[in-house]
Design a protein around this ligand. Structure first.
Ligand code: SF4
Length: 359
């Protein structure tokens, strides 16, 4: 893909087709109703790694809790993480708040109105900066994410790895060359819309309805699913774990994770590496609690992170006595529901806390 200019000429007619297609009818999404910088920014950060339908209730709740940049900047971290609970990738929420604080402290609460100004904020990369500047400020900047790369890899039948930074850079130049200066927001949203609806990552593309099929090399060659080319992924590390649901007088043991690293500062059920036998569990826990009965096996669960898989076995253990020095926080079910942000990795075991007298 050395000749950006040639591709730019070939694909030039797709620009107007995409804008017209988008304007003729697109999904009615809540953040499209009032595309203010704050709303576009929150929605774009939420939509990273999260499907649209899953993000919508979170978006509404987030905006009702933090309706503007000032409330977001001033929010207690616990409340912020609780509002994000279930979305995963919690650094997104933390970065939103860091950026909100920068905006309030350094910019008197006014959003940057330049691409570079957005790029300087924590958690804002080229895609988000491009999306906010084009949608909220009508600036002619591209917003290229995995969806856009996939669509273009098919349009061009691109035989290069789109995850390679150099390829992404060239594709970004290509998209920039195709941007209509008078409709950059709609153009970027048309590409997002096409990638989410007719030309999705999984399943066959709906080329018959695609506004740019006449210009699509992969469609013409009938090999759409070959693109984007994928490089072999490194296998994820598997981590076997034992998770303890320890109950004492209707309260459940929680531990806060370290302030840095995976799921930083979130709350979890006590756990340890390896699948422990009953004897091993008992000797692991005896420093902190005295059990009131035998462990009850709750089942196995797998949670997949980008580079890691947790293979968990869960055990419920009634606790008779909490020993001095025990580091656990003992939480009521209502507190677990409303106060402590517990990552979705533990969602298979979480319902146990809300069932009464099952032992
Ligand atoms: S014609 Fe098909 S493969 Fe090509 S961009 Fe449209 S939906 Fe995607």
């Amino acid at each position: 893909m050395d000749d950006i200019e040639a591709y730019s000429v070939n694909l030039a007619p797709t620009t107007r087709l995409l804008v017209d297609w988008y304007r003729a009818g697109h999904r009615d999404l809540p953040w499209r109703k009032d595309p203010s910088p704050y709303r576009v920014w929150i929605s774009e950060i939420m939509l990273q790694q999260t499907r649209v339908q899953a993000a919508i209730p979170y978006y509404h709740r987030f905006l009702s809790l933090f309706p503007d940049v000032h409330t977001l900047a001033a929010a207690p971290e616990d409340l912020l993480l609780k509002a994000w609970e279930g979305l995963g990738y919690y650094s997104r929420a933390r970065n939103l708040q860091k950026a909100a604080r920068q905006i309030c402290e350094n910019l008197s609460g006014r959003f940057p109105d330049t691409y570079d100004g957005w790029l300087a904020l924590p958690g804002v990369g080229p895609y988000t900066a491009g999306a906010v500047c084009s949608i909220a400020f009508s600036q002619p900047v591209p917003a290229v994410d995995g969806n856009v790369l996939r669509v273009f890899s098919r349009l061009m039948a691109l035989e290069e790895d789109i995850s390679a930074p150099a390829v992404k850079k060239k594709m970004t130049r290509l998209v920039a060359s195709l941007l209509p200066p008078d409709a950059s927001g709609d153009y970027n949203q048309a590409l997002m819309e096409l990638g989410a609806t007719l030309c999705p990552p999984n399943g066959a593309p709906v080329c018959k309805e695609c506004p740019v099929s006449a210009h699509c090399r992969a469609f013409q060659d009938e090999n759409q699913l070959l693109f984007p080319l994928k490089s072999a992924k490194k296998p994820r590390k598997i981590l076997p774990m034992t998770v303890f649901l320890l109950e004492n007088q209707g309260r459940w043991a929680l531990l806060q994770r370290p302030a840095k690293g995976l799921l930083a500062n979130l709350w979890e059920f006590p756990n340890t590496d390896g699948h422990l036998s009953a004897r091993e569990m008992s000797s692991y826990l005896e420093q902190w609690i005295r059990p009131a009965g035998s462990p009850l096996f709750l089942g196995n669960a797998v949670h997949i992170f980008t580079h890691l898989e947790w293979h968990m076995s869960g055990w419920r253990i009634p606790v008779e006595e909490i020993l001095p020095g025990c580091p656990f926080t003992w939480a009521e079910p209502e507190e677990i529901k409303h106060l402590y942000a517990i990552p979705s990795a533990f969602s298979s075991f979480l319902p146990v806390c809300f069932i009464k007298n099952t032992l």
